[in-house]
Design a binder for this molecule. Structure first.
Ligand code: NG6
Ligand code: CA
Length: 509
């Protein structure tokens, strides 16, 4: 099946490539290694180079000094699954049903017949790997067979290697999956997963809150794994279960070995960390190290992970031939369902920096994320205000490596390579922002429109009338100009409608 999928995609890519003039293809072709470090829920203001003064992040700051630091880079959505869906497919997630935050037993939501960021680079000759959080579903219509071959998944979407957790740290199953198999599974203790009725005889957080080492503030009252109750129920797989405090070390070690094994070929590593998502359980060596509570501690842990990647590149003499990109899948959240003291211990830290809102919201804090591109000798260090989106990776890296995207694939991905490399001060002109659920915003240059809609979450940023902000002098989205500038509001609203109808390439210049 893998072979068939690959052949089909290869044929489509070759066909698309045939239309590309040979000279253009070779002139465009460059094959630096590419490492994409994607944090989970890291806010715009969470690191030193983005203005944090209370949390020390020397390794991220080093990247920031040595690279191009973007001030207006966005995830498509303010939650994980839709954000990562568009990063890999180059399609706005709100175009497709079923791209909301997924349960841990959801089937794969990406169509294996279309190219992805990974398959584009694989086709360009890269050895491709994903390590860390997946959260895009696994398996066919019935979901994954946790005790057998788990597919389709990343390996069917262009990744040669995968070492992942299925969904999030707070969702079952709490096991690692390497390529198609659960790691360390004892066949005599098979895994079962349910997001409906409780299964197995292990205690749940709902029935036995006294057994929890971390209290709850919302949800998360399913099976207790290692003293923390999760979303959903699981039984079995006891020898395969992860230890929360070791997760950063385990993922980092796998990422580092992937780099070490690929020193001779160009490689693409998508390193999707668990930090600083809930449950926040730093390794003991990071406990209390941030001075801003447990959320800060797992940011310090994240920074350590970044440092390990950078020092590996240095040791292997790969730094100058490797593009390192650091970003986050969505904006920050403090209380995300566990009573872990994140709000109480904040000590004045501003996770979203100067931005309004955060995860789940349509304000800039929801999707505007840290974004650094380092390519020593090629990308001049500095700051870029270009508007770019994580969804632009497929088109941009296809351009870098001389690949042509088949018609109809990655429809919303814009080639912003010149902005990523610092050759241009501008990226896309327009961008649809998405709070991860039903709410859309629209950016056209400095203008930001939030469409009128009432949604369930009162903090998401919805209102009965449209909201219009001029981000050039109101980055914090405090002055709604809809009433005084109705023409601008209408223009943006029409533009948003056009993107919704058009299906792609609207941000292209
Ligand atoms: C929410 C969870 C939250 C987090 C989020 C997904 C509750 C109350 N909240 O439903 O803890 O898991 O989903 O986060 O259960 S994301 O970064 O993967 O989008
Ligand atoms: Ca996230």
């Amino acid at each position: 099946m893998k072979m068939k999928i690959r052949l089909y995609r290869t044929a489509r890519l070759l066909l698309a490539g045939a239309l590309l003039p040979v000279a253009m293809a070779s002139a465009a072709t460059q094959k630096p290694n590419i490492i994409l470090i994607l944090a989970d829920d890291l806010g715009f203001g969470d690191t030193g180079c983005y203005g944090a003064t209370k949390i020390s992040t020397p390794n991220v700051d080093r990247l920031g000094r040595q690279g191009l630091r973007f001030t207006d880079a966005h995830a498509t959505s303010a939650t994980c699954t839709p954000s990562r869906y568009s990063l890999l497919t180059g399609e706005y997630p709100w175009r497709k049903k079923g791209t909301g935050v997924l349960p841990g037993n959801a089937p794969l939501i990406i169509d294996t017949n279309h190219v992805t960021l990974a398959s584009i680079l694989q086709q360009a000759g890269y050895h491709t790997g994903v390590v860390g959080k997946w959260h895009l579903g696994l398996g066919g219509a019935g979901g994954a067979d946790w005790n057998g071959e788990i597919k389709p998944g990343p390996n069917e979407l262009g990744f040669d290697y995968s070492f992942i957790m299925a969904a999030t740290g707070d969702r079952v199953p709490c096991v690692y999956i390497e390529n198609h198999r659960v790691v360390g599974l004892d066949p005599k203790d098979p895994i079962q997963v349910s997001y409906g009725k409780p299964i197995g005889d292990e205690p749940t957080g709902k029935q036995h809150p006294e057994l929890l080492k971390m209290g709850l503030s919302a949800g998360h009252d399913g099976t207790i794994i290692d003293g923390i109750s999760r979303i959903g129920f699981m039984t079995g797989g006891r020898t395969a279960r992860w230890k929360d405090e070791d997760k950063a070390d385990t993922f980092t070690q796998k990422a580092v070995s992937f780099i070490k094994q690929n020193t001779n070929a160009p490689f693409f590593l998508y390193f999707a960390t668990h930090d600083p998502h809930v449950p926040r359980v730093p390794h003991p060596r990071f406990v209390g190290k941030s001075g801003t509570g447990v959320r800060g501690d797992v940011i310090v842990e994240f920074d350590w992970c970044v440092g390990e990647i950078l020092s590996t590149l240095d040791k292997l003499n790969l730094a100058s031939n490797t593009i390192v990109i650091l970003s986050s899948d969505n904006g920050p959240v403090l209380d995300d369902g566990y009573a872990d003291g994140a709000v109480r211990d904040l000590n004045g830290h501003q996770a979203a920096g100067p931005l309004r809102g955060g995860k789940y919201t349509i304000f800039e804090g929801g999707t505007r994320v840290p974004f650094i591109v380092r390519w020593p000798g090629r990308v001049t260090p500095g700051v870029s205000d270009a508007l770019v989106c994580l969804m632009d990776f497929p088109a941009s890296f296809a351009a870098l490596t001389g690949q042509k995207i088949p018609t109809g694939d990655a429809p919303d991905s814009v080639n912003v390579l010149a902005a990523l490399l610092g050759d241009s001060k501008t990226g896309r002109e327009k961008l649809v922002e998405h709070n991860g659920a039903q709410l859309l915003g629209f950016r056209d240059g400095q203008w930001k429109l939030i469409e009128s809609k009432i949604v369930a979450n009162p903090e998401a940023g919805s209102a009965k009338s449209p909201q219009l902000f001029n981000l050039a002098d109101d980055l914090g989205e405090t002055k709604n100009l809809n009433a005084t500038q109705p023409d601008t509001s209408r223009k943006l609203s029409d533009e948003l409608d056009a993107v919704k109808k058009a299906g792609g390439r609207v941000g292209q210049k």
